[in-house]
Design a binder for this molecule. Structure first.
Ligand code: PLP
Length: 243
């Protein structure tokens, strides 16, 4: 159990984040329910993660699959908790991860996509995923280069017609992170570029790509202004709780 002071602070932070996301959504003239908040719990232990769930946040993101497994062994999360894997994922972690039915935001290679298709078909677990795009062009960043997305998307769409069970995996959008040290204005340009890329890919391939996962604690209002449907918020939720 976390202490009552921390529990109260967590509830306050969760309310404040929801309020700020709502303000940014209405300021962008978007429907109030068009942005999903993913509570990124990578900074905290299983107990504190559960405390955030108790405060009302039911959609959680982890960047390391091992931590997702471990937390689920340590505490019982309510059945309505939904997990998102947002960090670089190794193929050998898929077998143990898929039973948690995560949405995978960080598909950054065709090899990983192929492995997910195989594993999801084998376990018969319908899986939604996002292609991670390196929109800032930084070498240190993970993610696919923008020009690589179209061929990957097209070959995935083609393979769906071959009846190999791949229909179980659906690419539902793109994920992007602003480059390190970019100010909010520069980040906003990168979010706009991500949305444009998504729009082009939809036109070129006929795929529906409704989801845009972009925006974190420091830049989510800009991401929402540019069309983010999922924001991944970590540190803001744990203000006052972390050392
Ligand atoms: C940690 C992390 C976040 C959350 O970042 P904060 O700045 O703490 O809100 C979002 N996305 C990814 C991929 C992360 O690893």
């Amino acid at each position: 159990m976390i202490d009552s002071h921390s529990q109260a602070r967590l509830a306050e932070n969760w309310q404040a984040v929801q309020q700020d996301v709502l303000s940014a959504t209405t300021a962008a003239n978007r429907p109030v329910d068009s942005v999903t908040i993913i509570g990124v719990t990578k900074y905290v232990d299983a107990e504190t993660t559960l405390a955030l769930v108790d405060a009302g946040c039911r959609i959680l993101g982890e960047n390391r699959p091992q931590v997702l497994w471990k937390k689920n062994e340590e505490v019982d999360f309510p059945d309505d908790v939904r997990w998102h894997l947002i960090g670089h994922l190794q193929r050998n972690k898929l077998r143990r991860s898929l039973p948690y039915r995560p949405m995978i935001h960080s598909v950054d290679s065709e090899r990983l996509l192929t492995a997910i298709v195989e594993e999801a078909a084998g376990q018969q677990i319908p899986t939604k995923l996002l292609l991670e795009v390196n929109i800032s062009g930084e070498e240190a960043k993970t993610g696919l280069m923008p020009q690589d997305l179209r061929p990957i998307l097209e070959s995935h769409l083609d393979s769906k017609h071959t009846d190999t069970g791949t229909g179980v995996v659906e690419i539902v959008g793109l994920m992007a992170m602003a480059g390190w040290g970019t100010d909010v204005a520069a980040a906003r340009h990168q979010f706009a570029a991500t949305r444009q890329l998504r729009d082009e890919l939809q036109q070129q391939t006929g795929a529906a790509l409704p989801e845009l996962s972009m925006g974190m604690s420091g830049d989510f209002p800009a991401a929402i202004a540019e069309g983010a449907t999922m924001v991944r918020i970590g540190s803001r939720l744990f203000e006052g709780l972390l050392p």
